[in-house]
Ligand binder design. Structure first.
Ligand code: ADP
Length: 165
């Protein structure tokens, strides 16, 4: 039986912290699906197709990783993909409360799907997509914190925004 795990998130945009988690997850599971949520409520900077494209580009050299957008409850998506587990990243204690609540709720919805928490390298533990966007919006250098393609797209996105003003 294929042991598949789903790594869900908004990935607005994918960072080196997310990539660190993906690399750890493929060591444990036969395949990992990076599942990108539309999450319109979060008013993402990048559209869903752009986010999928950025993740696809970033993981192209990592074997056994699939990238897909999803529009349902994450647990329904796990069932559709016959996944055993949900992967989430834990950076600091501040992530814990929300993740704990989500994991227990998901267990209630489907007790067969396990939530697995992985910790990134220490140097990524302060990294978040929101922080990246804040720095990039002010023209700060985020080149060593995100994949190259994301760096270019962030520059383009904020240049377009500036032009429109
Ligand atoms: P969500 O909107 O679901 O929180 P994110 O894209 O922000 O989506 O994050 C997806 C998952 O990746 C979450 O479990 C989050 O804690 C984790 N994550 C985000 N940034 C990092 C990082 N720098 N290191 C490790 N895990 C991270």
């Amino acid at each position: 039986m294929q042991r598949t795990a789903i790594y869900p998130g908004t990935f607005d945009p994918i960072t080196n912290g997310h990539l660190d988690i993906i690399r750890r997850a493929v060591k444990i599971f036969d395949s990992v699906v990076v599942a990108i949520a539309d999450n319109k409520g979060k008013d993402p900077l990048f559209g869903i197709d752009e986010r999928v494209a950025m993740v696809q580009e970033a993981v192209k050299d990592i074997p056994h990783v699939e990238v897909e957008a999803f529009h349902t409850l994450i647990i329904e998506y796990c069932q559709k993909k016959k996944a055993l587990a949900l992967i989430r990243g834990l950076r600091a204690v501040s992530d814990f409360e929300y993740e704990f609540q989500m994991a227990l709720m998901n267990r209630k919805l489907d007790p067969e799907v396990e939530s697995v928490f992985l910790m990134p390298k220490e140097k990524y533990s302060y990294l978040s997509s929101s922080l990246i966007k804040e720095i990039a919006a002010f023209g700060g250098d985020v080149a060593c914190l995100v994949p190259e393609g994301v760096h270019h797209r962030l520059k383009r996105k904020f240049a377009e925004k500036k032009e429109r003003k």
